[in-house]
Ligand binder design. Structure first.
Ligand code: SF4
Length: 72
């Protein structure tokens, strides 16, 4: 499990579950990126806009592998 860096929001990634399907990147591109080596989800660096919380919730709700979770 990888928790979000400061400023990203209340979300965690379970990379052991991730399938690399890419929905989360499409829904919250300010937050998630894809590892070039293994194709799995990673956090982007930097601080995303404040309005990104709804995008994170959409990504969590639509991850086919249930690899994302709200942490608080
Ligand atoms: S939507 Fe889920 S399975 Fe797809 S890349 Fe994102 S975390 Fe991985």
């Amino acid at each position: 499990m990888v928790s979000a860096p400061a400023g990203t929001g209340p979300v965690a990634i379970d990379r052991e579950r991730c399938l690399g399907s890419g929905q989360c990147l499409a829904m919250a591109p300010e937050v998630f990126d894809q590892d070039e080596e293994d194709g799995l989800v990673i956090f982007r660096g930097g601080t995303p806009p404040a309005a990104v919380t709804a995008d994170i919730e959409n990504a969590v709700d639509n991850c086919p592998a249930v690899a994302l979770s709200i942490t608080n």
